[in-house]
Design a protein around this ligand. Structure first.
Ligand code: BT5
Length: 320
């Protein structure tokens, strides 16, 4: 109901309680109660006994109604679950993804202001204070499980594009899941899935973007290697706008992926690559391999050329 009222409230223009009550078919007292709720959420609304209600400003929160206002996707973010401070949006998304039969649709979004136990890959921690963007998208792709790396890569391309569109800042992708600015990590992606031999049951793509975070707020042990968009641009970033653009880019690239046209995504990925052409060391979990990153192949795997010329294909790993 509070959401319905928001649809009618205008900035710099009053609407009377009576008109609102008529439009929404509820009492004026009920309107007043809902307006109080909106105020509690952080909307600044002035009420005038004679003129009615007028919206002064919206809160800087990632509220579903704010994200959906002007979101031009077909299905990504059509349903949004908002949490001020969950443990991890990926954990919630994974629980929800199990309930497809009960109406959890592809593109459902979980978003948070903060996370108390944000997750990185392989049990690592993801620092998620207020001011960042922490979200997870549920997908049900009819693709083989081998597509999982490609989904991470296409998410990275969508993130780089969205950051550029919203802030003009150029960023680079460090294979497989990091976005860097000036060699420092601004964004990480955590893709999780449940699959059988040749079908995917669900995929959850989690992404964290350091948006309006002050450097001194990062924990000491990661300060040196982290950066936020606010630090680079010197001003606050409109987080709602960035989320909207990211979701739009994400849907665009995901559609390309579903048409099995990954090669065109890969072409763009290479334009933003921080990894290709560099001599690197990769921890695969089983061993550490040193070599030159010569290619990302059609599966999204990294091809390393070792000193002795041998080419090694790495499907997942961490560059150290
Ligand atoms: C990642 O893991 O980069 C995946 C991060 C995914 C976070 C999103 S937020 C929404 C969703 N819900 C979740 O719970 N997670 C996802 P990995 O490649 O393993 O990198 C983790 C490492 O990055 C840590 O060990 C730190 O060194 C560093 N790190 C932690 N927090 C960071 C931050 N905010 N910014 C930059 N680096 C960070």
């Amino acid at each position: 109901m509070a959401n319905d009222i928001l649809k009618f409230l205008r900035e710099k223009e009053y609407i009377s309680g009576e008109v609102l009550a008529r439009k929404l078919n509820i009492s004026r007292v009920a309107i007043w109660k809902q307006v109080q709720k909106l105020k509690d959420m952080g909307y600044k609304i002035i009420s005038d006994q004679n003129l009615g209600y007028c919206l002064v400003s919206r809160p800087d929160l990632l509220l579903p109604q704010e994200i959906q206002r002007g979101l031009s996707t077909n299905y990504i973010g059509k349903e949004i679950y908002y949490f001020p401070e969950p443990k991890s949006t990926n954990i919630i998304a994974k629980e929800k993804a199990l309930h497809r039969a009960e109406g959890v649709n592809e593109g459902t979004l979980i978003i948070a202001e903060r996370q108390s136990a944000g997750k990185g890959r392989l049990g690592r921690k993801w620092f998620s204070p207020a001011g960042g963007i922490w979200l997870s998208v549920i997908l049900y792709p009819q693709l083989s499980p081998s597509y999982i790396s490609r989904i991470t890569l296409m998410t990275a391309v969508a993130a780089v594009k969205a950051i550029k569109i919203c802030t003009q800042i150029k960023s680079q992708i460090k294979w497989p899941n990091d976005i860097l600015i000036n060699e420092k990590k601004v964004c990480g992606i955590l893709t999780e899935m449940s699959a059988e031999l040749d079908i995917i049951n669900w995929v959850v793509v989690g992404i964290g973007i350091n948006t309006n975070i002050d450097h001194r707020d990062f924990p000491e042990d990661i300060q040196e290697n982290t950066i936020s968009l606010k630090e680079v641009s010197g001003k606050e970033i409109l987080r709602v706008k960035l989320v909207q653009v990211f979701l739009q880019e994400f849907e665009k690239y995901y559609e390309i992926l579903k048409r099995r046209e990954f090669s065109s995504v890969l072409k763009e990925w290479k334009l933003y690559s921080h990894t290709l052409g560099k001599k690197i060391r990769v921890d695969t979990g089983e061993r550490i391999i040193t070599g030159e990153a010569v290619e990302i192949n059609e599966e999204g795997a990294l091809i390393l050329k070792k000193e002795d010329g041998e080419l090694v294909k790495i499907l997942s790993g961490t560059i150290i």
